[in-house]
Design a protein around this ligand. Structure first.
Ligand code: PLP
Length: 375
């Protein structure tokens, strides 16, 4: 089945009891069992799993082309559950440009468990090869990356990591399974913040891991989720499932709009740089073209005038909202350095833009009025 069909039908069999096409939300926290704990329909307690979550996990696994998925209460809960299974004394490689929360988890929290982290330029496979060594247990990819839109050659890095006995996890939040399938390119695990495009409406938080194998690693992470409790709620599973039914259709529109916006920005005199993998001038354009079906709807722009110039543009926007997060119906923009905590790493002049479902001409008109007085 093709992606669009899978998105609509995976995990979507009509309710066997009523025939309802929209799946029931099973809010039950506990499920009847036999006197010696014998399960009757596979479930016992909601922290371990529930039928609505199972439907979502089935759908996510189908979309990413893996045998099994685990849903979590947030993207960060999913990342934590996976990274905490790395052995003490091991090393983690993360991209030099990546989501700030992941960097904080890796550099502040994981060292407490004896796991060291090194940031690497993942756009340079030779640099990754040099960084790989006997202690490296996992290479974390995020492509395109947040907020710099850097593109990693997933297949090349996965090959190098495999040769060095390291696992590869890939954050696929920006691309979504509508545009890119890291497991097919050699990654071992895919991470999603389903809070973004998969939910798609800025109203539900969640995260997920999709595994290339349903083996010991999956079991360890599932056990960890069960015991530490980072599981997704049934209602949030239901909302996310509803969101991903329309994912391919939304992404197709998003990408068309994003391309038009990126081209407009690239030609505007008040813009010093636009980072969007769909532009032929982007250093990762050829790799993105080879491993993605389209280029996504995230970009970052660097208005002239440094930090003050960027903040002035953000302040003048009227339709595009200054807000964190991404992947919703509404376009949002954010000066990342202002929200990255005590040690911001994003360039001071960088604005991250999430293109929503509005019409390209309205978004361009808003950006034009904000930029024209800058030029
Ligand atoms: N990965 C990326 C690329 C993100 O942008 C985010 C959040 O912004 C996360 C992971 C973390 O996801 P969550 O906010 O659902 O915990």
């Amino acid at each position: 089945m093709r992606l669009e069909t899978l998105a609509v039908h995976a995990g979507g069999a009509p309710d066997p009891e009523t025939g309802a096409l929209s799946p029931p939300i099973h809010l039950a926290t506990t499920f009847r069992h036999g006197p010696a704990g014998e399960r009757q329909a596979g479930y016992e307690y909601v922290r371990e799993g529930n039928p609505t979550q199972t439907r979502l996990e089935t759908a996510l696994a189908a979309l990413e082309g893996g045998p099994a998925a685990l849903a979590f209460g947030s993207g960060m809960a999913a990342a934590t559950a996976l990274l905490e299974t790395l052995p003490s004394g091991s090393e983690l490689l993360i991209p030099r440009d990546c989501y700030a929360g992941l960097r904080i988890l890796a550099t502040e929290f994981l060292p407490e468990r004896g796991i060291r982290t090194r940031a690497v330029d993942m756009t340079d496979t030779a640099a990754v090869e040099r960084a790989l060594g006997p202690d490296v247990a996992l290479v974390w990819l995020e492509t395109p990356s947040n907020p710099g839109l850097e593109v990693t050659d997933i297949a090349a890095v996965a090959k190098a990591a495999r040769a060095a006995d390291a696992l590869v996890a890939c954050d696929n939040t920006f691309a979504t399974p509508a545009l890119q399938n890291p497991l097919a390119l050699g990654a071992d695990v895919v991470l999603h913040s389903t809070t973004k495009y998969l939910g798609g409406h800025s109203d539900v938080m969640g995260g997920a891991l999709v595994f290339a194998e349903q083996g010991a690693r999956y079991d360890r992470v599932a056990h960890r989720r069960h015991i530490t409790g980072g599981v997704l709620s049934p209602f949030n599973a239901w909302l996310t499932l509803r969101g991903l039914r329309s994912l391919p259709a939304r992404m197709a529109w998003n990408c068309t709009t994003a391309r038009a916006v990126a081209e407009f920005l690239a030609g505007h005199p008040a813009i010093a740089a636009v980072h969007y993998p769909g532009l032929a001038t982007h250093p990762g354009h050829a790799t993105a073209r080879a491993q993605m079906r389209d280029f996504g709807a995230m970009m970052s722009l660097r208005p002239r005038g440094g930090r003050d110039g960027a903040l002035a543009v953000a302040a003048r926007l009227q339709l595009i909202t200054n807000a964190t997060s991404l992947g919703g119906c509404e376009s949002t923009i954010e000066h990342r350095a202002s929200v990255e905590g005590a040690h911001p790493v994003s360039p001071p002049d960088l604005l991250r833009l999430s293109i929503g479902l509005e019409h390209a001409e309205d978004l361009i008109a808003d950006l034009r009025q904000a930029l024209d007085s800058q030029a």
